[in-house]
Design a binder for this molecule. Structure first.
Ligand code: ADP
Ligand code: MG
Length: 272
């Protein structure tokens, strides 16, 4: 339905997400390269708000890291805010873990650690630039050959500025930290909580906090201790994991500290 400023030709719809719809497109101005456009309905925005969003987008477009999805461009088309990003053809972690679970299979421990270190590198990079991700979850973590690519960072910030809280966030609560569920502020350590949830899911192909409905899920996040990692994981990793899922944000380690700790462990895992 959307025309996308002529430059982009729609190939197919990839899916519907919490903020909008994702489309696979050809970029006619760049050797018909495949890219992804995320179209977010914003209705009528004031010129000021759209300037803010453009500014934010220009910051995101400058970021380059092997483990983050390239953010190319953004524009407003009719009543949609459109974000152009790299296409990750090998799917996302949510799809991978679900299919492993169906086959009653799982990732090897050294794969889990390798993927998690890549994820930590991505978050450490964003945090070092004072950018919060705010929406870390397995469906925002893509695979491209053997690389992990973290996507959708900063989109919620773009949206907060553009929509000025008018946005009704209808995301999944599974990875949300206790403090963000309480509207008690979001910080870098809230991203660390979500990483802890992803680490558990990588290890057992099951979400750390998932109950039969949203209310019970939120209640588990707020009140229950996190499920333990399988015992085959080194004690050090089990401890770091539990710290990431501490209910008190200040008790969680920083991405840089976690990256140090996990890199040490990887060497040991390879030696045994
Ligand atoms: P959500 O992250 O909430 O699932 P999105 O709108 O981000 O929603 O994505 C919708 C679907 O499109 C997902 O299935 C996701 O795997 C796919 N998708 C999103 N971005 C990309 C991308 N850059 N490369 C490949 N697939 C993508
Ligand atoms: Mg997404």
């Amino acid at each position: 339905i959307l025309m996308y400023a002529n430059r982009y030709q729609q190939i197919k719809k990839l899916g519907q997400g919490s903020f909008g719809t994702a489309y696979l497109v050809h970029d006619t101005k760049s050797k018909h390269e495949k890219k992804v456009i995320k179209a977010i309905f914003i209705g009528d925005v004031s010129p000021n708000e759209s300037l803010d969003a453009e500014h934010e987008a220009s910051i995101l477009a400058r970021l380059r890291h092997p483990n983050i999805v390239r953010f190319y461009d953004s524009f407003i088309d009719q009543s949609y805010f459109c974000i152009v990003t790299e296409y990750c053809e090998d799917g996302d972690l949510d799809q991978l873990l679900k299919s492993l679970r169906k086959q009653r299979s799982r990732l090897q421990m050294d794969q889990v650690i390798d993927l998690f270190i890549q994820l930590l590198s991505a978050i450490n990079f964003l945090h070092s630039k004072k950018i919060l991700h705010r929406d870390i979850k397995t469906s925002n973590i893509f695979l491209k050959r053997n690389y992990i690519k973290l996507g959708d960072f900063g989109i919620s910030r773009l949206m907060i500025n553009t929509l000025d809280k008018a946005s009704t966030f209808i995301g999944t609560p599974y990875y949300m930290s206790p403090e963000s569920l309480r509207y008690d502020g979001y910080s870098m350590t809230s991203d660390i909580w979500s990483l802890g949830c992803v680490l558990y899911e990588l290890s057992v192909c099951k979400r750390a906090f998932e109950r039969s409905n949203i209310i019970q899920t939120m209640d588990a996040i707020l009140r229950e201790s996190p499920p333990a990692l399988p015992e085959r994981f080194p004690v050090k990793i089990q401890q770091l994991y539990l710290q990431m899922l501490s209910k008190e944000p200040e008790k969680r380690l920083k991405a840089s500290e976690l990256l140090d700790e996990f890199s040490k462990i990887e060497i040991k895992a390879n030696n045994t």
